[in-house]
Write a protein that binds this ligand. Structure first.
Ligand SMILES: NC(=O)C1=CN([C@@H]2O[C@H](COP(=O)(O)OP(=O)(O)OC[C@H]3O[C@@H](n4cnc5c(N)ncnc54)[C@H](O)[C@@H]3O)[C@@H](O)[C@H]2O)C=CC1
Ligand SMILES: O=C(O)C(=O)Cc1ccc(O)cc1
Length: 302
């Protein structure tokens, strides 16, 4: 069974992109939407982020067979409770949150009688809000689905097909594994960016130098990441605390080793390490996710 009516709760970067992507790639599917912020609803109507934008969360989900919560992970439970009165029995409730264990638990608490299948499209930018979304956001990007035990296989299959329809490559994973992998590949890199940009800015004040003005390429890349939405990332670190702390300990050990190598003038150690990481980047470019679905748009998928 494929979804005929998809409701999107939260119409910022992710929610807006889903609405636009459904309009472009799945034209037979009806979309409805809701956002808690009236200004966002207004802008969403102007941009046509969903077919109908409701002023009430329960109205937005009435009749939907798939509801996707696209709010910060700390707001998932409140958003799920607010849609409960309008949810059709048998509707699938999913989300796009960047961490999965806590979201899974929040949704199960708020909607104990409903089918919950959490997901995370690993696709985004540093932008947020209703003007940030675009239809091709999910093309050739991973979407990780983390079905809880007992999730109906036919509904998991439908959710897979939905994300494939938007151009993603789907992977099934358990929530614990997801949270550990994403802690290393996404959450800690954001933490490093937020920290280094803060450190450079503090240094600038102390030394009255122009650290930021003359920053080279690497630092500019960090400033892009460090411009990401503060509410969203605060919530990620509050909600993926354990995995982030574990992985951060590993990272700090490795950073301390690099510090020792610099202190000791151990050029060989640095050269070996930098050569290894250069090879990793080359592997990503050669076999990475940009190549995961070279056929998107040319074939149908189940
Ligand atoms: N920004 C990114 O690159 C990515 C974000 N995500 C996840 O997607 C989710 C949404 O992120 P973005 O779209 O970037 O954020 P955003 O800030 O662009 O949009 C979130 C929207 O949710 C609304 N909202 C907040 N609480 C609400 C509630 N209780 N009910 C209804 N609406 C509510 C806000 O008004 C806002 O318009 C987050 O959970 C984030 O972790 C996942 C992949 C990538
Ligand atoms: O802008 C970037 O570089 C990102 O890393 C976007 C992003 C942010 C959060 C996610 O959960 C997934 C992707």
């Amino acid at each position: 069974m494929s979804f005929r009516h998809v409701a999107i709760i939260g119409l910022g970067l992710l929610g807006g992109s889903i609405g636009l992507a459904v309009k472009e790639h799945l034209p037979g599917v009806t979309t409805t939407g809701y956002d808690a912020d009236p200004k966002v609803r207004e802008r969403a109507r102007q941009r046509g982020l969903a077919g109908t934008i409701a002023d009430d969360p329960a109205d937005a989900v009435r009749g939907a067979d798939l509801v996707i919560l696209c709010v910060p992970v700390g707001a998932m439970e409140a958003a799920a409770s607010a849609i409960a009165p309008g949810l059709k029995p048998g509707a699938v409730v999913s989300d796009v949150g960047s961490s999965k264990i806590s979201v899974s638990e929040s949704l199960a608490r708020a909607l104990p009688e409903h089918v919950i299948i959490p997901a995370h499209p690993v696709a985004g930018t540093e932008q947020s809000g209703p003007d940030a979304g675009f239809a091709s956001l999910f093309h050739h990007r991973w979407c990780i689905i983390t079905p809880p035990e007992g999730a109906p296989p036919a509904k998991v299959k439908s959710l897979k097909a939905f994300w494939r329809g938007l151009g993603s490559t789907v992977e099934i994973m358990d929530a614990d594994h997801h949270d550990r992998v994403l802690a290393v590949t996404s959450h800690i890199p954001h933490l490093i960016a937020y920290t280094i940009v803060g450190t450079a800015s503090d240094l600038e004040e102390v030394t009255r130098s122009e650290v930021i003005k003359y920053s080279a390429g690497g630092f500019r890349d960090f400033t892009r990441i460090a411009a990401s939405d503060p509410v969203m990332w605060r919530d990620v670190f509050l909600n993926n605390r354990d995995a982030v702390l574990d992985m951060l300990d590993r990272f700090l050990t490795d950073l301390a080793m690099m510090r020792e190598a610099i202190k000791a003038g151990d050029g060989e150690m640095m050269f070996d390490q930098f050569s290894k990481t250069r090879a990793i980047r080359r592997r990503i470019i050669e076999h990475g996710q940009d190549d995961a679905r070279p056929d998107f748009g040319r074939h149908d998928h189940d």
